[in-house]
Design a protein around this ligand. Structure first.
Ligand code: ATP
Ligand code: MG
Length: 568
């Protein structure tokens, strides 16, 4: 490709936000030529995968254009905030690999400025104290097709407005008695411009400001002014705020505010079979549908981290989804595909038998143990090797044996020879059963000359099984997860997402047999249990004495199959 074509390609691959930013930079519209974005979560829950998109966009753009991204906790709703959430938000962003540096803010830091700006608005006759009830305000506001009506308080004298606002602040009026409203336009086609409420009375304790305030600002007032105070250049949010943009532009052009950020909207991330709403996720926690915000089935960052996803795979996922202005539903399988792509590169291969069947190798010397070298990751030679013990009694997966094999079955059955990964060839000679006819044990012979995956006569075997030496094995609990919801869009057909819960989203296996090296496994270490999937020690329940592993994702890849089939 010629340089010119390369340039074009690069240009084509810019998303619309990058194009806006490059254009602004090229035309000198960015103060100090420094892009300043922000991620402004409301600390009323744990962050979810949807937020990752916003985090990657905001921190990513700042990184790409050498600017900075602020973390601003939008703590203007005092009843809902909790310090637990604030700590979790910071931890999650850091884990994803982003850094706000010195730029950590709280909207509550600006309460004093919000108040002063409001007082000036009143003095300028641009805001008034309204005594209409919330319900009346709604009625007076009108609808999309009918204009609103002016409140009888709209022309209250300035001095009285000032006095009342001061009294509100001093706690002299009950909740719901008064609000402060901007005097904009009750006939505006945009409902958000029909005299939006700026302040309401709320006698609530705030985690940071305590009981200093009993009036709290509304989002359409506090958010744009926070952006202006911090010198945000590009205020990037999701599409549902598009209708709020005129209110945003109004607030950032109030007299005395000397910086003008611009708001841009992108389509929020929706993923099939998942809920992306803190309110609903909180409901799942409250109802006990899941064990907590960090349940590995939750789409929260804390949940998927515990499940075993890496930050890199999540960033890759968001990258593949892209940035657009059109709402879409992203296939859940893409998320799993990204996890497999990433884990295939980094996960340590180990042997674990989830549903054990004992195999006795009758011609192997009793009490003998041999140690074989096993590579930790064939994708990464630097990952090295480890030693695994072999003895005359091993476990294999129950599904790797069939007494009467179906057609095409190449694994173990009477008379058939298979390869044990990293060890010998074995041939089944006998099947033992209990009184009810359940298979309890399988007897085999081994070929001492077959160690290393082949024999001197290069005999052909078609099946390879993973295994664990019985006397060296550690017993573990393994948790297998599936989608939390059975419907692509939970609640869409049933009317209630709770009716779409998958009753089999968690299957617990409590007698899994693992190779002894897993005694050292720790949460945060990426593992592949050969032939079964990617796993990670559970961050909460795993103990060396009682190991617990979560399945991150199975090895089966339905995404690339689907892509191939549809020729995408
Ligand atoms: P929720 O609906 O889950 O409560 P929210 O939008 O109320 O989400 P905030 O804490 O206000 O959550 O969000 C912080 C930022 O994350 C906002 O800029 C918001 O637009 C963005 N965001 C939230 N959900 C998504 C999503 N699904 N996709 C992309 N960005 C999102
Ligand atoms: Mg919100």
């Amino acid at each position: 490709m010629e340089a010119k074509d390369l340039e074009k390609k690069e240009e084509r691959s810019l998303n619309f936000l990058e194009r806006i930013i490059e254009d602004d930079l090229a035309n000198g519209r960015v103060p100090n030529n420094t892009i300043v974005t922000r991620f402004p979560p409301e600390p009323n829950g744990y962050l979810h995968i949807g937020h990752i998109k916003s985090i990657c966009i905001n921190f990513g753009l700042a990184e790409k254009y050498g600017g900075r991204c602020h973390l601003r906790l939008d703590d203007t709703n005092p009843e809902k905030e909790e310090l637990e959430y604030i700590e979790a938000i910071q931890h999650d962003i850091t884990w994803l690999g982003f850094d706000w540096g010195d730029y950590l803010y709280h909207a509550s830091d600006y309460y004093g400025q919000f108040y002063d700006i409001a007082v000036n608005l009143i003095k300028d006759g641009k805001a008034y104290i309204d005594s209409l009830s919330a319900e009346q305000i709604r009625e007076y506001r009108g609808t999309l097709t009918t204009p609103g009506k002016n409140s009888p308080d709209r022309d209250r004298p300035i001095a009285e407005n000032l006095r009342l606002f001061e009294e509100m602040r001093a706690g002299k009026h009950a909740e719901g008695t008064y609000v402060l409203r901007a005097k904009l336009d009750m006939a505006s086609p945009n409902l958000n411009m029909r005299d939006p409420t700026l302040y309401r009375i709320k006698f609530a304790h705030h985690p940071r400001t305590g009981d200093v305030w009993c009036i709290y600002p509304m989002y359409d007032y506090s958010h744009p002014i926070s952006d202006a105070i911090e010198g945000i250049t590009h205020s990037i949010c999701t599409l549902e705020f598009e209708d709020h943009r005129p209110a945003y532009d109004w607030a950032t052009s109030i007299d005395g505010i000397d910086h003008t950020p611009r708001q841009y909207e992108f389509a929020r991330l929706n993923i099939s079979y998942m809920l992306m709403s803190k309110r609903r996720l909180l409901n799942l926690v409250k109802l006990g549908v899941v064990s907590g915000w960090n349940d590995p089935r939750m789409p929260t960052i804390t949940g998927i981290r515990r499940r075993g996803y890496s930050p890199e795979s999540l960033r890759d996922f968001v990258d593949r989804v892209g940035v657009a202005k059109v709402e879409s539903l992203v296939d859940y399988n893409l998320l799993e595909f990204c996890a497999r792509e990433d884990l295939n590169k980094r996960a340590k291969r180990v042997m674990a038998v989830l549903d054990p069947l004992k195999v006795v190798i009758i011609n192997y010397p009793q009490d003998k143990t041999e140690w074989f070298d096993a590579d930790n990751n064939p994708e990464d030679p630097e990952a090295g090797t480890r030693s695994i013990p072999f003895s005359g009694e091993i476990f294999i997966e129950r599904e790797d044996f069939m007494e009467v094999p179906i057609k095409g079955y190449h694994r173990l059955y009477p008379g058939n020879e298979i390869r044990l990964k990293h060890a010998y060839y074995i041939t089944c000679t006998d099947v033992l059963k209990d009184d009810e006819g359940n298979i309890t044990e399988v007897h085999c012979t081994y070929d001492p000359e077959s160690q290393g995956g082949t024999t001197p006569d290069r005999r052909r075997v078609r099946g390879t099984s993973h295994w664990v030496s019985a006397k060296h094995a550690i017993t573990a609990e393994v948790r297998l997860y599936d989608k939390l919801f059975l419907a692509e869009i939970p609640g869409e057909a049933t009317g209630d997402y709770l009716d779409d819960i998958n009753p089999d989203s968690l299957v617990t296996l409590d007698n899994c047999k693992l190779e002894p090296s897993l005694q050292e496994a720790k949460p945060g270490e990426y593992l592949q249990f050969i032939r079964t999937g990617y796993f990670m020690a559970d961050a909460i329940d795993h103990k060396t004495s009682q190991p617990v592993f979560n399945r991150t994702v199975s090895l089966r890849d339905s995404w690339s199959k689907k892509v191939k089939k549809q020729n995408l």
